[in-house]
Every structure is written in C-alpha cells, then in structure tokens.
Design a binder for this molecule. Structure first.
Ligand code: ADP
Ligand code: MG
Length: 976
C-alpha cells in the first residue's frame, strides 16, 4: 500500500482539506474495516466477497448522476474487490445522503477510479468533495493522480453527526463531471473536532486545507496578495484549462473526424483491395491471353514459314509444269496419232466382229451340213436292265449287244432266227444317263442356233421312257440335262446373245390337249392346235435358270398326278410333252431367232390284247395307236420327202408339226426290254424305230458279201468319223473364237474408255495448260503405256484370229476336198454302175436274140439283180444265180460269128435314141436322175431284193420300185 502523504507532495497537500485524512494512490491492503456502518458501491451492485469480511452494499442513498461500468481490469485494488472500482456514479452534481445515523463521530472513506475518460488528459475531470457542506477535497483530478483504472482512496475523513443523524457527501465539478466508485462510513472511536466550530478568532481557515492558522495583518496582506495572485493564477489556470478543454474537445472532434477518415480509409482500402483483386485477375487473364497470343504468334509464324515454303515449292512446280505442259503440247500430235491408231484398231475390231459373225454363219451351215450328213432324224436305241422279277422268273436276254458300239443290235428268240437292227447309237443296260445324254447334247446347240428340235422316247411301258427323259433325282435324264446345258451355253454366250426362255407342259390324252401349267379354272378349257403348231391359250412360263425351269416342270408333273386316279397307268396312256421356246437375239448383228424344243415322253407303245380292250381302255388304246401311227406316218413321209406330210392326223403330230419337218432335228429314243418275254413288243418297237431311221438291215443283207459296198461303208464310216472330229474341232474353235471375241470386246471397251479419258485429258490440257498437275502427266504416261500394251494385245489377238481363220479355211477346204473326192468316187461308181447296166441290157438283148434263134439252144437261167440303195446312192449288182460260168459261156457263144458286143450296144443305143452319149453325158444324166435325193442323206429306202425272171420282164429297163409302192408297203408295216 502506497500511502501518499500530503507532506510528500504539495499537490496532494493542497488537495486534502481535512487534517488526519489519508490519501492512497493504490488500493488499500492490510487495512481492516471495523465498525463499518455502510459501504456502498457507487454506480454498481451489491458485492459479497467470501474472502473479505467487508460487506459492500449496492448503490443507494445517491441523488443525481448516472451509473457507469467497465470491464477493464482495475490494478492494485488491495484487499478490496476490483468490482468496487469497475462501477462509478458520475454527473455534474452528485450527492449521497446517509440518514438515520446515531449522533457521533464517523469516518468517511472515499474510493475513486478513472473509468470514464480512461485515455483523457489530465484536468479533464476536476471536482470538489463536500461532507456536511465542508470541503474535504479540493480539485481532485483522479487521472492526474493515478491514471486510468487505478484506485485512489481517501481514508478517515472525520465527520461529526449531530441530531439530524445525517451525513451528506456532495461532489461538485470544477471541470467536467465528478465521479465516485465507493463510499464507506465507519464509526470513529476517537472524537473528531468539528471543523468550523474549532476555528479561533483572528485565525484564518485555510481555503485549501481548512486548517486554522493565526496570522498578522502583514501576513493577511501578504495572504491577500497571495490569495489574489492565487485567484489570478486560478483564473489563468481555469482559462488554460478551458483552452485545454476546448483543445481536448477539438482533439476529440479531430479524433472523431480522424475515425471517420479512418473508416473512409478502411472502405477505400477495402475498395482498393477488391480493385487490387480485380486487377490481379485481369492481370492473370491478360497473362494467359498474352501467353496464348505468344503461342498463336509462334504457330502463325511457323505456318507462315510453311506457307512460304509451299509457295516456293509451288512456284518451282508451276515452272516445271509449264515446261511439261509445253512438252505435252508438243506431244499432242503423237497423241492424236495414237488415237488414230486406236480408232483403226476399233475399226479392225468391227471388221473382225463382222468376220466372226460370218464365220459363225458358216460354222452353223457346216454344222448343219454335218448334222444333215448324220441325218436330221436320228434314232438311239436304249435297253433297260433285266428287272429282279424277270431274273427270278428265269427270263433270258433276247438282245445281243456285240455290235452295240457300231450301232448294231441283234434280236433273237428260241422260235425265230436272229434279226439285226442298225441305229445311230445303241445303249446297253450298262450305259448310264450321262453317256446317253452325251450323244443327245449337240441338239441343244441347234436349239440355241434357232432350229426346232424334237426329242422323244418311244417304247413299251416299263422299258424306261420316263427314266430316260426325266430320270430319278440322283441320276437326271435328258430333260433336266438338256435344260441345264441350254442355260449353261446361254450363260457362256450372254455377251454375244440374249436369250429369252419359256417353258410349257402339255399332256395329250385321248386326243385331247391338257395344259398342265394352267390354273384349275382355265385347265378345263379345250385347247386346239392352230397354224404353225401354235396352241392359243397355253401357259408359257418364263424361266431364267434350270432350277426355275425344273420347278415349273415339277408343278406340271404334280398337276398331271392330280388329274388322274392311277398315276402310273395314266402316265403310260398319255403323252407328256415339255415345250421349251428359246427367243435368241444376236447382240452383234441384231439377228433374232425363235426356236422350239419338244421333249416328249410318249405313251406306252404296247398293243393291248383284244379281249382286254373295252370301254375307256379301248378308247385309250385307239387314241394311242392313232397318234403313234400318225407319228410313224409323218416321219415316214418326211423320210420319203413326200409332198404331203399328214401332220393333222393326230393331236401329237399336229403339235409337233414345226419340230418334225423342215430344218428341224429329231431324236428318237427307242426304249426296249431285254427280256425274251417281251420279244414281240421289242421287235415291234425296233421295227418302228428302223422305219423312222429309214434303214432296215435284214439278215439276208448282212450276209451279202459285197466288197465294194463294204468298202463304201467303211469309207462312209471314215467320213462320218472325220465329220465328227471336224465337228468337235469346229466346236472347240468356236469356243476359243468366242472367248477371243469376248477378250477383244473387253479390250475394245478398254480402248474406248481410254479414248474418252484421252479426250478429257486433251480438254484439260487446252484449258489448263499452265496448271497441269504432275498426276495428269503420269496418267497420260500410263494411258500411253496402257495404249501401247493394248496395241500389242490387239496385234497378238489379230494374229490369233488370223491363225484361227486360216485353220478354219484349211479345215473347210479339206472338208470340201473330201466331199468333192467322195462325190467324184460316187460319180465314178455311178458311171460304172451305169456301164454295168448297159452291159446287162446288152446281154439281155443278146440273150433274147439268141433265144429267138431256133438253131441255138441255150440253157435257161435266172438273173438275180440286187439293187441296193446305200448312203451314197444305189449300187446295183447283178449275178447269175444258176451258173455264172454258163452265162459267160453263152456270151462267148453269142459273140462267136455274130457282131461284136460293142457293135450290138451301139446299135441298141441307136435304136433307143441314146446314140452319141459319151461318158460325161452319162454321168450328167445319172446326176440329174439322182438329183432329188440327198447326197449324204441317211434316210434311204429299204434294200430291195428282186428276183427278176430273165424272160418277159427282162426287156423292160431296170427300175427301182416306185415311191407309191414303197409307201404302200410302208403303210402295211406301220399299221398294226
Ligand atoms: P416307262 O416310262 O417306259 O413306262 P419307266 O421309265 O417308268 O418306264 O421305267 C420302268 C422301271 O425301269 C423303272 O423302275 C426304272 O427305274 C427302270 N429302268 C428303266 N430304264 C432303266 C435303266 N436304263 N437303268 C436302270 N433302271 C431302269
Ligand atoms: Mg413312263
């Protein structure tokens, strides 16, 4: 505890007006407050401190002023609670009146602390304190004494309380408002002299310390002077204090203004901060933009450099191009030369095409000649194997196939002698479908060449007609294979030809035509054959592949099944006809053809036992007989080149009219059974087929030992062989020619496209001579190279074509030579024949002469003349049957003494008006007489063996049987 004694400091001394009172500038410690009457906490509440025994009441007994509190720490409060100094009452005038106190002596303690103006200057708050109207403290300035928030304590201010029982403590401001933190009233054990009452006379009470002093008048004057001085000083001090206060107030204003300015500055700072931030962001943005700009700049610079390089490069290229363009321009004449060359090649190609079509025509003619040489009606005989039933029944084979390779077939039975038949081909039971078809396939070429073709199977039921024509699925027959090849060839030739193929399926039953492709509604319609074998109203399905065609045929077959009760029986009683129409268009010369192919599975040819034939069956049998007979008649008439061909005798022949006669080609499969049980039917079928083929080889004829004839036959076979070979080579040549043509066409097209390209390039050259690119130049080079290559290819092609042409010509010539050679030989033979005839005539005449002479007796004899008409004409052979040697003798006898034979002959000729005929004239005559016959015709008349009596008939010139007679006989054989 720091006690400030008034003596220690003048200021304190001048402040304390009551003697014995003590002033402390810090809190009081170690002082015990005894006899406390009341202790109030001015401006605050009641304080109950456990540690101290002092009880401090809340603020009471006051008058005026306001309470004020602070949270600031109050330092050095001693053993009193700091809360006491944290509150205060302040105001311009404050007073505390403690009443009802017993009269006596009391001590009053005053506790101060500057908590209002903590940072104020000294002299801000200066006040006087009065107790019982006596000034006890004068001009207290708390801040000046202890500073802010520090206790200032005045202890033991003695007060004497009289009857009124009141202690009045009053605070009056000198400057500013007084403030008080606590007042403590204690009972005083000692007596306190009353202040005023104790003042002696003549003594002076100090205005400061209230001490009573005695003084002299001088002293009084001095005191007065001093008092005046003091007053002056006080007024000066007051003035200064006022100034100070004003200054302080202006300072406060300035502070407030400063605060405002600080606030403004703060806002400005904040604003500037935000602005700074903005600027920073903008700066960052600017940086990124500038970085980007730098990158872009670099890129653009690089691009610019690249572009500059490119420009340089382009400039050099342009210079090069312009040079090249100049070169190209100088090369244009060469180019036009090339074009001219290509055009020449194209014209050559056109020529070649024309030549090719001419060659094609020639080939076709030759092919047809070959076909004609073979005969337009060809007959193949096919024999099926013995069935299991036949084998188990023990039937043996009635046919022998020894000469099958040469087309010979023998038929024999236990009851009759062996009969020989000759056909174009004989297929044994071992021959399979493909072998059978191989010989029929050339006809497909004819169909595509525009010829009508008819392939039919004839024979007894169960001999394999359907097998040959249709065949089972695993081994297809002629129908399927023909269609397959038809489409194959059409496909191969599609570059030169366009084909349009339609199929129709018909059935002829009981002389009625049924369209098997017609829908059920139209199928009941009666179909009639009109002009040129056309049947109006039949369905012709357009097909583009063999599969489509086969589907159509299957549809037809199923329709056939639907329309009948017993399929097998019905099928063997009706003719099934598959018609294929081919419309071809030559894309080179625009020639169009319309040809027809008939594939016919005929009804069974077997004869019904007369007892079986009744009702419907009889009608069926009659219809079949009628149609098959009509077929035989038609073929026979065709073979005989009869002026009238009886097509209209049956529906079958009427339908086939345009495929049987004229230029059309016919192939007949005669199907036979090998079983001896079917001997008679087989014989009948073979006879029919032989009639169709036009050659009948009887057993007698085979045994004739005719050397010349044999030779001729051999020759004929050889020629046939050659023909076949030529045909083969021709076909091959045609194929190679076609492939060459195809290649040529391709090259042609290539040339044309190249030409077009060339034209384009020319145009570009003229338009952009200075901007021509190197690729164009390369293209030009390529084009010229390609052109050269094409030229070479064309020249090789031309050579090839020429070679082929030469070969073809050679072969044609050789064929022509052989044909001519054969013709010459034939002529020779004919002239020899004629001479022989003449000789015979002369001999006959001689004989007659001799017989007329009675004195010459001759031995009678018979002359057998055999006239045979072979493939190249007739060969007449004469021989004396009885005695050839005898005849010669007769002749020699006749010659004896009579005119020589030549003379007789000459006379005879004179008589008959044949005088003057030399060898050539004879040949000419023979040729004329043979003229109507085909020079290579296979269809020949049957060999005739005539036994001529030497008498009577011998005088008549020897003639072949007339056609009428032939026909009569034919009809006899055909009719059943
Ligand atoms: P068609 O039509 O003349 O009445 P099919 O064609 O129906 O006779 O033939 C009768 C039977 O003979 C069938 O079972 C058939 O398979 C058989 N057949 C016919 N020809 C041959 C052959 N060349 N090879 C094998 N079997 C055959
Ligand atoms: Mg059949």
């Amino acid at each position: 505890m720091e006690e400030v004694r008034p003596n220690d400091d003048e200021m304190f001394e001048s402040m304390l007006c009551v003697p014995e009172s003590k002033l402390f500038t810090t809190g009081i410690n170690g002082v015990t407050f005894e006899d406390v009457v009341i202790f109030v906490n001015a401006g605050g509440g009641k304080i109950e401190d456990q540690d101290s025994s002092t009880k401090i009441e809340g603020d009471t007994h006051f008058e005026g002023g306001d309470a004020i509190k602070t949270n600031a720490d109050i330092l050095d409060t001693g053993n009193l609670p700091s809360a006491l100094y944290q509150s205060a009452r302040y105001g311009t005038v404050i007073s505390y009146a403690f009443c009802d106190l017993p009269p006596g002596n009391y001590f009053v303690d005053l506790h101060f602390a500057e908590i209002v103006y903590t940072n104020g200057p000294k002299g801000m708050r200066v006040f006087d304190v009065f107790i019982q109207r006596q000034k006890v403290l004068s001009e207290v300035d708390i801040y000046a004494l202890v500073g802010a928030n520090k206790p200032l304590v005045i202890l033991d201010v003695g007060v004497n309380v009289e009857e009124c029982g009141q202690i009045l403590v009053k605070f009056e401001g000198v400057r500013g408002s007084p403030s008080i933190s606590g007042i403590c009233i204690r009972e005083a054990k000692k007596t306190i002299a009353p202040t005023r009452t104790f003042l002696k006379s003549g003594s002076h009470l100090c205005g400061k310390c209230a001490s009573e002093t005695e003084r002299s008048p001088l002293q009084d004057r001095v005191v007065l002077r001093y008092e005046r001085k003091i007053q002056d000083l006080e007024s000066l001090c007051k003035h200064k204090t006022d100034e100070c206060y004003e200054a302080w107030m202006s300072l406060t204003d300035a502070n407030a203004q400063l605060e405002r300015l600080r606030m403004e500055l703060d806002t400005k700072l904040f604003h500037s901060d935000s602005l700074d931030q903005d600027i920073r962001i903008q700066a960052e943005k600017l940086e990124s933009v500038s970085a980007r700009y730098e990158g872009d700049k670099r890129r653009w610079a690089a691009a610019l450099r690249g572009l500059q390089e490119k420009v340089e490069l382009m400039k050099t290229e342009q210079a090069q191009l312009s040079r090249e363009a100049h070169e190209c321009a100088s090369g244009v004449p060469e180019l036009s030369k090339m074009i001219a060359g290509v055009q020449a090649l194209v014209t050559q190609c056109e020529d070649l095409k024309i030549k090719y079509s001419e060659e094609l025509c020639k080939r076709r003619k030759l092919y047809n000649q070959v076909q004609e040489a073979k005969g337009n009606i060809r007959v193949f005989c096919r024999c099926r194997p013995l069935t299991k039933e036949e084998i188990s029944a023990g039937y043996s084979t009635a046919l022998d196939f020894e000469g099958a390779k040469d087309g010979d077939l023998g038929l024999s039975s236990s009851s009759s002698s062996r009969k020989m038949f000759k056909f174009d081909r004989v297929f044994t039971p071992k021959d399979d479908q493909s072998a059978v078809y191989a010989d029929a396939s050339p006809l497909v070429v004819s169909v595509l060449d525009g010829f009508n073709v008819c392939i039919f199977a004839y024979g007894q039921t169960g001999t394999g007609k359907t097998f040959t024509m249709e065949g089972p699925e695993q081994s297809r027959g002629v129908n399927y294979r023909t269609l397959e090849e038809l489409f194959k060839i059409a496909r191969d030739k599609r570059e030169a030809f366009s084909y349009d193929v339609t199929v129709s399926v018909l059935e002829v039953y009981n002389e009625q035509i049924r369209d098997l492709l017609a829908s059920s509604s139209t199928s009941s319609k009666k179909l009639k054959v009109r002009q040129a074998s056309e049947v109006p109203g039949i369905v012709e399905a357009k097909v583009e592949s063999v599969e489509e065609a086969w589907d159509v045929l299957r549809a037809g077959s199923s329709a056939r099944v639907v329309g009948s009760n017993n399929v097998n029986e019905h099928s063997s009683r009706s003719h099934c006809m598959l018609g294929v129409r081919v419309k071809a268009k030559n894309l080179v010369n625009r020639e169009c053809t319309n040809s027809k192919l008939w594939l016919v599975d005929l009804a069974g040819s077997e004869r019904l036992a007369k007892t079986d034939a009744q009702g419907e069956r009889l009608k069926e049998a009659q219809s079949i007989n009628k149609s098959l007979s009509a077929l035989g008649d038609v073929i026979s008439a065709l073979a005989n080149k009869s002026s009238h061909i009886p097509y209209r005798n049956s529906k079958l022949t009427h339908l086939l009219q345009d495929s049987l006669g004229g230029d059309s080609k016919v192939l007949m499969f005669v199907q036979v059974s090998p079983s001896e049980n079917d001997y008679s039917e087989t014989l009948s079928s073979l006879n029919f087929a032989t009639r169709v083929r036009g050659v009948e080889l009887g057993p007698a004829k085979r045994q004739v030992d005719n050397g010349e004839l044999q030779k001729t036959k051999q020759l004929l076979d050889k020629v046939k062989q050659e023909c076949r070979l030529k045909e083969e080579t021709l076909r091959r040549m045609e194929e190679s020619y076609q492939s060459l043509e195809g290649k040529l066409r391709n090259k042609d097209q290539l040339c044309r496209s190249l030409q077009e390209k060339l034209k384009d390039l020319e145009g570009q050259l003229q338009a952009k001579a200075d901007l021509r690119s190197s690729s164009d130049r390369q293209q030009l080079l390529q084009v010229s190279e390609a052109l050269k290559a094409k030229e070479e290819a064309c020249s090789t092609l031309q050579q090839n074509v020429k070679e082929i042409e030469n070969r073809l010509k050679e072969q044609q010539q050789s064929a022509m030579y052989t044909v001519k050679d054969l013709e010459c030989r034939l002529n020779e033979r004919e002239s020899r024949e004629y001479l022989l005839e003449q000789k015979i005539k002369a001999l006959q005449w001689k004989l007659e002469e001799v017989s007329r002479r009675p004195m010459i007796t001759t031995q009678r004899g018979e002359v057998e003349v055999e006239v045979e008409e072979g493939a190249y004409g007739r060969i007449l052979r004469a021989s004396t049957i009885e005695n050839q040697g005898g005849a010669a003798q007769t002749e020699s006898e006749l010659l004896k003494g009579v005119e020589p034979l030549q003379h007789v002959k000459r006379r005879r000729e004179r008589e008959t008006g044949n005088e003057g005929f030399n060898g050539n004239e004879i040949k000419e005559r023979r040729r004329k007489s043979l003229a109507p016959r085909p020079s290579f015709g296979r269809v020949t008349r049957a060999a005739t063996t005539a036994t001529l009596p030497t008498r009577g008939a011998a005088a008549a010139p020897l003639k072949l049987p007339a056609r009428g007679q032939d026909k009569e006989r034919a009809t006899k054989i055909w009719s059943r």
